[in-house]
Design a protein around this ligand. Structure first.
Ligand code: ARG
Length: 605
């Protein structure tokens, strides 16, 4: 049974339906209108999915649910299939849908109009990929990521947090959401007493020191820790230093600042390599807010005394959340409560997202619950904003299946790691170019930039393509391979498309305006349809906080392009103008994916 969608309009399609939001969103809007016409007495959300079968491009799955709501209520519908038929018939007339048919117990299979798909692609080519931004239900997000600890190691876990967080930020920003990128550095706590005293002891001229002068901060940290453990008198001084620092004594504040500055310098080098923007608002920033926030929670009766500490008991958890330690000091949890209060009330964020390893899940779970108990956040079941999310990720493993470490040192230096990725990709590039005699076409600058883009991109992609919750094995050989689902393979795929376009004698810029995309061949249609899904993919990746969704899309897109290119001759064919536009659109979408993944695309390889 097939019903033409045209001429069956119950209500004219609102102008807002045209163009804005993802394709799935637009189909959902049309389905919503049909649902209102079909069962005016029931208020339901449209359920629209991409079709997996060959009978349609999108599918509306509302009929069965509606049937269970209306049957026995004197409805004229005989069965779910009849509801499906009515939904199909009541789809408003528009240029989006070509036809709709009903299968089984009322699945409505919707076929998009080829000319509409083609037009959407062409619009994007003329007006830019930003016209394909999804519409998300939030305006401002706080994204708390990277967040290493001062004077301690910035380890691969922080690299994961940085890479995942940056991608999420880019995806939200692309979707026109304001993102407050927050580096919640561990810059407060008792370890600073020992660091400060050690600084005074080792570098009496500490005030004049440049940021490089004390060398490696981690080594410094270890030495001071050793001193702290071995010498009771030093330990005593260190403990007093904490008190003096927290009391705001000038000299101690200055020393603390110095240490933070040195650390910041190290972190910034990594951020620069990775091209990641972050605004530091460390734990110390929220410290002044803690007393008043705890005061509020206390007055709500949420804070209790337990074994000398002040705690919040949380349903479903054996141990309570400690917010004031036995020694009267604040901790990680009290800082996070104050930070959340600040983000909600001062920064007015609607969604607060934290990117850390899964090991911290319990901490987040507990303090989110505490915030709900205090009435700061609605019940998550209500699916309302403001809301908080913990984006957890698994460990990075070495080839031996254990926590990733290098041969020489215990911790992996992030800078070294990126350097190695770059130099490995450079030697492979050099070898290949020498073999095929193309090395003469490359300047040193180009070689350098390309190996950097390929090498760093490989590290990022290897991390992002996995479901973030699983552990992943770090392997240079794998990530730098030009086969399989790797950034290198994708860079090649993109560069090849660029070269197809370069080699044709047509002016693509001119074609964008004057040419026409036709999707006559089945592989052209499949590719075109997948291209226009871009917005809903970004939407899904943002909604579920899963960068891997975008990686998967990018990889599939390159495979679909290959199929198209194998079966449809481009250069020299009568369809060359249209097919070149499809090449260009694929390259544009691939580049935009790279951009969101923080990977610099290369145009020649
Ligand atoms: N500094 C912490 C760590 O290295 C991560 C902080 C995450 N952010 C937060 N608001 N707790 O494990």
């Amino acid at each position: 049974t097939s019903t033409s969608a045209s001429g069956s309009a119950q209500e004219p399609a609102a102008p807002a339906l045209q163009g804005a939001g993802s394709v799935k969103q637009q189909i959902s809007n049309l389905v919503a209108l049909s649902l209102r016409a079909t069962v005016p007495e029931v208020d339901v959300e449209p359920i629209v999915e991409v079709c997996t079968g060959k009978f349609g491009d999108y599918q509306c799955n509302n009929a069965m649910g509606l049937w269970s709501k209306v049957k026995g209520s004197g409805t004229s519908f005989k069965n779910p299939n009849a509801i499906g038929q009515a939904i199909a018939k009541n789809l408003p007339a528009c240029d989006v849908i070509e036809s709709a048919s009903v299968a089984g117990p009322g699945f409505v299979n919707i076929v998009l109009s080829k000319s509409w798909v083609a037009k959407r692609i062409q619009d994007m080519l003329v007006n830019g990929i930003t016209t394909w931004a999804p519409i998300l239900p939030v305006k401002r997000v706080v994204l708390d990521f990277s967040s290493p600890n001062i004077a301690k190691e910035m380890h691969v876990g922080h690299l994961r947090s940085t890479i995942i967080g940056d991608t999420l930020a880019r995806m939200f920003e692309f979707s026109n959401v304001e993102v407050l990128r927050r580096n919640h550095v561990g810059d407060w706590g008792t370890q600073f007493g020992m660091l400060i005293e050690f600084l005074f002891e080792k570098f009496p001229n500490w005030e004049e020191l440049g940021s490089q002068a004390i060398g490696d901060l981690q080594v410094f940290y270890k030495a001071s820790k050793q001193r702290f453990d071995e010498d009771a008198e030093f330990k005593d001084r260190a403990q007093q230093a904490v008190v003096r620092l927290q009391g705001g004594e000038e000299k101690y504040r200055a020393a603390w600042k110095k240490i933070c500055e040195i650390s910041r310098n190290e972190f910034d080098q990594v951020y620069k390599l990775l091209d990641v923007q972050l605004e530091e608002k460390g734990e110390s920033f929220y410290n002044p807010y803690i007393p008043q926030v705890l005061e509020k929670l206390s007055s709500q009766g949420l804070i209790e005394e337990s074994e000398g500490a002040r705690v919040i008991f949380i349903q479903g958890h054996q141990i309570p959340l400690i917010v004031v330690k036995r020694d009267g000091g604040f901790n990680y949890a009290s800082t996070d409560l104050a930070a959340l209060w600040y983000r909600l009330n001062v920064e007015k964020a609607e969604w607060i997202i934290y990117v850390t390893d899964v090991g911290q899940q319990q901490h987040f779970d507990m303090f989110f619950k505490a915030a709900r108990m205090a009435g700061w956040l609605p019940d998550p079941k209500e699916k309302k904003f403001p809301k908080t999310s913990h984006v957890g990720f698994g460990l990075v493993l070495g080839a031996d299946g254990k926590r990733f470490r290098t041969r020489s040192t215990e911790v992996v230096r992030l800078g070294d790691l990126l350097d190695e990725a770059k130099s490995r990709s450079k030697s492979e590039l050099l070898q290949r170019l020498t073999e095929n005699g193309k090395i003469v076409d490359w300047t040193d600058e180009e070689l350098e930039q390309t190996s950097k883009a390929v090498g760093y991109g490989a590290v990022k992609y290897a991390d992002l393509k996995n479901n973030r919750l699983t552990n992943y094995t770090f392997s240079f050989d794998q990530m730098l391979s030009d086969k399989g689902n790797t950034a290198v393979y994708l860079q090649y795929a993109h560069a090849r498309i660029c070269s197809i376009i370069r080699k044709s004698n047509m002016d693509v810029e001119e074609l964008k305006v004057s040419g026409n995309i036709s999707l006559a061949h089945p592989d052209e249609r499949v590719l075109g349809l997948y291209l226009i899904r871009y917005a809903e993919i970004v939407e899904e990746a943002c909604t579920n906080l899963l960068p891997s969704v975008l990686c998967e899309y990018l990889y599939n897109l390159s495979e679909m392009f290959t199929r198209f290119y194998t079966n449809c001759q481009v250069v020299g064919s009568p369809e060359e103008p249209s097919r070149l536009l499809l090449c260009e659109a694929t390259a544009v979408v691939m580049r935009q994916c790279f951009q969101l993944l923080g990977i610099t695309p290369v145009y020649k390889l």
